[in-house]
Design a protein around this ligand. Sequence first.
Ligand code: FRU
Length: 612
Amino acid sequence: MKRIISEGIILAAAAAVSLPVSADTPGVKVEHLGVNNTLVRVDGDARYLLMPVQEANDDARINILVDGKLDRTMYVRLAKSKTDYMVPFDLTPYKGKNVVLNILTSQGRTSVREASNDACWSNFVLADTFDTANREKYRPAFHHTPLYGWMNDPNGMVYKDGVWTLCYQWNPYGSKWQNMTWGRSTSTDLVNWTHHDAAILPDGLGTIFSGSAVLDPKNTAGFGENAIVALYTSADASQIQSMAHSTDGGETFVKYAGNPVITLDSEARDPNMFWHEPTGQWVLMLAHALEHEMLVYTSPNLRDWTLRSAFGKGLGAQDGVWECPDLFELPVDGTDKKKWVLLCNLNPGGPFGGSATQYFVGDFDGAVFTPDLDAEGKVPTKWMDFGKDHYATVSFSDAPDNRRTVIGWMSNWQYAAEVPTMQFRSANTLPRDVSLFTGADGQLYLASAPSPEVDAMRGAVVKKAGKTSLSSKPREYRLPTANDGICEIDLDLAAKGAAQVTMTLSNAKGDKVVMTYDAAARTLAFDRRESGLVDFSQDFPAVTVAPVLGGNDKLSLRIFVDRSSVEVFGDDGQMAMTNLVFPQEPYTTLSVSAQGKADMASLAIYGLNPSK
Ligand code: FRU
């Protein structure tokens, strides 16, 4: 990924952990008021106050006082015994003003003296730069990641004038979930992303949870033709829905003075909107999280919303909470016939534990979603992806050429905060274009294929092979070494009869990912139990299994390897499987073998060159 630093953030040479140890950092005055309460006064013209973080600590509550008034509150795991990394608090908006941090730490102390020994107090730094140079070996090369800090769901995804905007749930003050803010990145090719300053910051109504954005070509909201209008959840003691708009393509968002625009007396979040042409109105889906249902609202103007129906109680996977809905119409099997697809993310309750995306296929009349039934007259449970690391997936609004392009969060709430990275946590999935196809059982299923833009990354073919017969003796192929081994592996398999074909990615450290295609069972299994670092969470080592829905014994695979993830797409996305891996060093070898009679009809291994 091209690393373009947002305006004003310049790379600094210093590593975040080499800190000046001084009780009186110039411009920072520390006064202890009690065992758990400290004032930090900031003086001078520096752009950033860099704050030392120790991840194992609890959050300190920091009230930012500007000229004596409470500006906002943030929660930061201030360092106690050692500093893991620094996070920047941007002082630009407060130039010429008096800034005081009123800090409440949660650690129980016996005395002020003990509290005053915390590492953080002498390690606040005033600086004009913040070092964002990547120092993480597991940071993906061709998947979107935040420049620093924690990320979860994709938000406010919209396409306008050739630019894809991807906002996201972001903690700018640490690499664990907190301080939810909409971060913002943009791209013209869905692969290389430019990082920008935060799009929407917490306010008196709460932190900024997930939501969506649309273009308003008819100016129904009154913010101007083609304004970008975003709806998000303001989350504090309750969850309410708020609106913001942008008339400069997403550069700046202005919050609606009449917020919130939707309130309920129970937990509801992640508003997702679209224009419904047949009824000439806006439709909004809202996750009624604990009720396991999606609420349907309509509006003429994006601010006055009427509740029309609820879908989902008792249907599909019902565990955990329902979150992040999306509803869109797709052609069936590339014909003129159309059906609606409701994405319904849930956590926990996924097929392999933790978070996952289920979906329903059906009809929608502008107010009510009616699901299709299976042969037994039941509403089937369907999964969009059969890995452990595909969540909060929703689509871009207004994508060109009638495309429906989705991006998910490539992690799982079971262990997202424990994965072995620190400067940043979490990446997005590859962008995928979705379509509907008829499975061998006659039902409609959602295919997720890598978006065409992904093909443009292909570099040199490092291996190409025609028809090759497979046996129990593995055939070995070298993977590319450039750029930490990032690659695409395309394989066409023809398993004759009851064969099992095994494809293994491995390295000299003994790390391996074992993928097994079972032609008789019509499944593909992905075993990451020995894939590298796995013991940071008991939920990480796993075998995930996908049904192969096509009606014959062939399977055509595209496998994308990017430093800490493997995404497997079968038969043009009819099967998708997304799994994180943390190999001690990049995988260097692909081995392919078979039990029973099988052919590899073709093989191509490409190096990838994302920023060409
Ligand atoms: C899903 C989710 C959303 C919520 C957001 C908070 O991962 O729980 O429902 O809006 O994350 O960060």
